[in-house]
Design a protein around this ligand. Structure first.
Ligand code: HPA
Length: 248
């Protein structure tokens, strides 16, 4: 057990999906996985383990913002030896062509600072996604015909931004969307030689002010979890679709 994850050794899978919201971890585990077991509930930051098409997978809430995510990802990596970490979360669209409900696959994430800045000091490090996971996610979106965008995002320390000048520069430099966790996830994965990807659903839009209703959120979040599972286990996804075809 680690300080913030009270799970017994071996109860956490090599692959972990990471929603910010612990209740979404509960929903995703019970909606998508079989043989679901709650693994801990320290501070209400719920974690679950189950199977998807025969593959063991865990889903662990991270809380909001990079300091909170950093605690859970550090402990999953150093305490439980997790290899593959896939964030599933929401983001605010920043470009006109990025619409509500679209999926954003974060190839890289810029930030003003991350908890890892204490290690990186003056280095303007470029946190990037794992290439194989990114490729798998693109394939999953293409196969399921889901609208998606691949590119740079911004990991912010604030949800309520008062930096219109910075937002303008981000838009100008092609940043697709804003969220609050990916840059630290990518930095930690790089430091410990693990694989990471952030798969995001556009839940609101900075320029239009539009936002998804609670119902819409649930449906588009389903797409995102399905993409994340296919991304982590492409062979199991292919096997499942072959079985579907042969059983009709
Ligand atoms: N800003 C920051 N994080 C977010 C947003 C946003 O507009 N939407 C979803 N996560």
């Amino acid at each position: 057990m680690t300080l913030h994850i009270g799970a017994a050794p071996e109860t956490i899978a090599d692959t972990v999906l990471l929603p910010g919201d612990p209740l979404r971890a509960h929903w995703a585990a019970h909606t998508f996985l079989s043989d679901v077991e709650p693994i801990h509930s320290v501070r209400g930051m719920l974690g679950f383990t189950g199977t998807w098409n025969g593959q063991k997978v865990s889903i662990q809430g991270t809380g909001m913002g990079m300091p909170s995510l950093s605690i859970y990802v550090n402990e999953l990596i150093t305490g439980y030896n997790v290899q593959t970490l896939i964030r599933i979360g929401s983001c605010g669209g920043m470009q006109d062509h990025v619409e509500l409900r679209d999926i954003v696959l974060a190839m890289a994430s810029s930030s003003v600072s991350t908890p890892s800045s204490t290690v990186l000091k003056e280095l303007s490090y470029a946190p990037i996604a794992d290439w194989t996971l990114l490729r798998n996610a693109v394939r999953s979106c293409e196969t399921q015909d889901i609208r998606h965008h691949i590119g740079g995002i911004y990991s912010s320390d604030t949800f309520y931004s008062d930096r219109q000048d910075l937002d303008q520069q981000l838009v100008r430099h092609g940043i697709l969307a804003v969220e609050m966790e990916a840059a630290e996830l990518y930095s930690l994965a790089a430091r410990y030689n693990r694989r990471a990807l952030a798969i995001l659903t556009v839940s609101d839009h900075l320029t239009t002010g539009q936002a998804l209703s609670a119902d819409d959120r649930e449906h588009s979040f389903s797409d995102m979890v399905a993409i994340a599972l296919e991304t982590a286990f492409p062979e199991a996804a292919n096997q499942a679709s072959t079985n579907d075809r042969t059983s009709v």
